[in-house]
Design a protein around this ligand. Structure first.
Ligand SMILES: Cc1cc2nc3c(=O)[nH]c(=O)nc-3n(C[C@H](O)[C@H](O)[C@H](O)COP(=O)(O)OP(=O)(O)OC[C@H]3O[C@@H](n4cnc5c(N)ncnc54)[C@H](O)[C@@H]3O)c2cc1C
Length: 493
């Protein structure tokens, strides 16, 4: 057998790669993570500008409740992490409504009764039905084989246990969020309110969103969400510490150029500098398009994926504006995570629909006293996004457009801005599927019961996929579930 430098090489130190790496190291595997950037965290990374620390994308973390995915992983890693509950978990703002979505359903229903007094019990019925589905789905996540089945045994378990349960829960996997509205009625303002968190998590409105996914998203506040004082790097640093304490290593500024394949088996990687490393298992924490187009140079597989993606409408692409602002220009009622829509008449999406993450007032690491760090994100139609990022002037014009939309609600904000920057996902490699309007492969496409992506298996032996493109793959919580599954598969095998 050829010399192996370690047991497992992981390409990429995003939340998926780091979680898989830390779990595998804990189980005794010799792990090396190779990260092309000088910082770990991928889309969860933070950046410092002046006195501010900005979170690039992710700001809401779910799965830390008892039995939640992060909680299970932290228990396996003996990881102690300082975190704060976020309650209200998020705030929804429409031209004439403001609703705090609390952890407790009773408190949420009180908010909704105040804003929609005519709704009576209908609102309660809608959330009861959504919660029934979400509770069943949560229980299923504890199931060891809750992932895209590939092997014969997994397929058998999936078809025998999982699929029938999912179908029973939703009343049919083809059902959409519109189904919940039969319990409520088609009130434009109420639908827009629910559209907001659903859109930012799924890139679909409530009515089009698969019912299971809609129920999962509406259930996030009920399960609870947390933030990390000092920012997301707390979570990242803890995962790295756990990896290193168990003998694992992480190498920065280390781009993998190719995966070395011999007789249809992955046996190692070639780095951009020319060095070759060999291992028994190779894990790619990359977008699936990049894996097949760049790392494997397998045009047939890429063509297959591209063909699949042509079936989907062009997707939305994120654009974030980072602002350092004086606290005085923010209204007292404003919460730390806000979904905002300025216009009932326009469909959801684009710059009139924003997600705003505001650094907590008691977090001096994120902003100096009296100031706050804001990340304001809009999802844009692909063509508009492409135009905006094609030149510095276009980018600035879009930034101004977003600030204008923001100031329709935060009327004094422009007077309080002391720092301003913007980006279409900083420090990220351009995914091979971006030109097709896909943020990251298939996890952001509608279809199925809403949770897309490939399994952890690939077309090559000893080559695995983890992260956004591996099922169930959306958000740090479900990405970590894919890492948990993968660590189990590798250690069993
Ligand atoms: C605007 C926005 C807001 C979001 N908000 C939330 C939120 O509030 N809550 C939540 O849970 N999720 C949120 N998400 C989703 C979440 O941030 C991502 O799904 C998650 O961070 C992706 O993790 P990952 O491990 O799959 O990949 P990534 O974070 O993309 O990490 C991949 C890593 O691999 C590295 N890499 C790639 N190719 C190579 C190579 N060839 N060699 C070496 N290294 C390589 C990259 O540099 C990167 O560090 C948000 C996403 C977006 C876009």
């Amino acid at each position: 057998m050829a010399h192996q430098d370690c047991d497992v090489i992981i390409i990429g130190a995003g939340i998926g790669g780091l979680t898989a790496g830390a779990l595998l190291a804990r189980k005794g595997k010799r792990v090396v993570i190779l990260e092309q950037n000088s910082l770990a965290g991928g889309k969860l990374s933070v950046f410092e500008r002046g006195d501010y620390l900005f979170q690039t994308t992710c700001s809401l973390f779910n799965g830390f409740e008892l039995g939640g995915i992060h909680e299970r992983i932290m228990a396996q890693l003996d990881m102690l992490l300082t975190k704060q509950n976020q309650n209200p978990v998020w705030q929804l703002i429409l031209p004439n409504h403001r609703v705090n979505v609390y952890n407790e359903r009773i408190a949420l229903l009180d908010e909704l009764k105040r804003e929609f007094p005519q709704a009576g019990d209908k609102m309660k019925n809608l959330f009861q039905r959504a919660d029934e589905i979400e509770n069943g789905f949560f229980d299923m996540q504890q199931h060891k084989n809750f992932f895209c089945p590939t092997g014969l045994k997994e397929k058998y378990i999936y078809h025998r246990d999982i699929l029938p349960k999912l179908t029973r829960l939703t009343g049919g996997l083809e059902k959409k969020g519109a189904d919940l509205l039969t319990l409520y009625g088609d009130d434009q303002e109420f639908v827009k309110l629910l559209d907001l968190p659903i859109f930012f998590h799924s890139l679909l409105g409530l009515k089009e969103c698969p019912l299971l996914l809609a129920a999962y998203i509406l259930g996030i506040p009920k399960r609870g969400a947390v933030y990390f004082p000092g920012g997301n790097q707390r979570l990242i640093k803890n995962l790295i510490k756990s990896l290193e304490n168990n003998g694992g290593k992480i190498r920065y500024d280390c781009r993998v150029k190719k995966i070395i394949v011999e007789s249809n088996q992955a046996v190692g990687v070639q780095l951009a500098g020319g060095e070759n490393l060999r291992a028994k298992e190779i894990i790619a924490n990359t977008a699936i398009g990049d894996l097949y187009a760049n790392l494997l140079d397998d045009p047939n597989l890429l063509a297959k994926i591209s063909k699949k993606t042509e079936l989907f409408p062009r997707q939305w692409m994120p654009f974030s504006v980072y602002l350092g602002v004086d606290e005085d220009v923010l209204p007292d009622q404003l919460r730390d995570n806000v979904f905002l829509c300025n216009d009932y008449q326009k469909p959801i999406g684009d710059t009139h629909t924003l997600f705003i993450n505001i650094s907590p007032n008691d977090d001096p690491e994120r902003a100096p006293q009296g100031k706050r760090a804001l990340t304001v994100t809009a999802y844009l139609p692909f063509d508009k996004w492409q135009y905006a990022v094609s030149s510095a002037d276009n980018k600035l014009a879009l930034t101004k457009e977003i600030i204008r939309e923001l100031s329709r609600f935060l009327v004094f904000i422009e007077d309080g801005i002391s720092f301003q920057d913007s980006s279409p996902i900083p420090k990220q490699p351009i995914s091979a599927l971006w030109p097709q309007g896909l943020l990251s492969g298939l996890s952001h496409t509608p279809g199925g019961f809403g949770f897309n992506g490939y399994s952890n298996y690939t077309h090559y032996k000893h080559l695995w996929l983890v992260g956004e493109d591996s099922f169930p793959g959306r958000g740090s919580n479900l990405i970590s579930l894919s890492a948990l599954n993968l660590a189990d598969i590798i250690c069993q095998g």
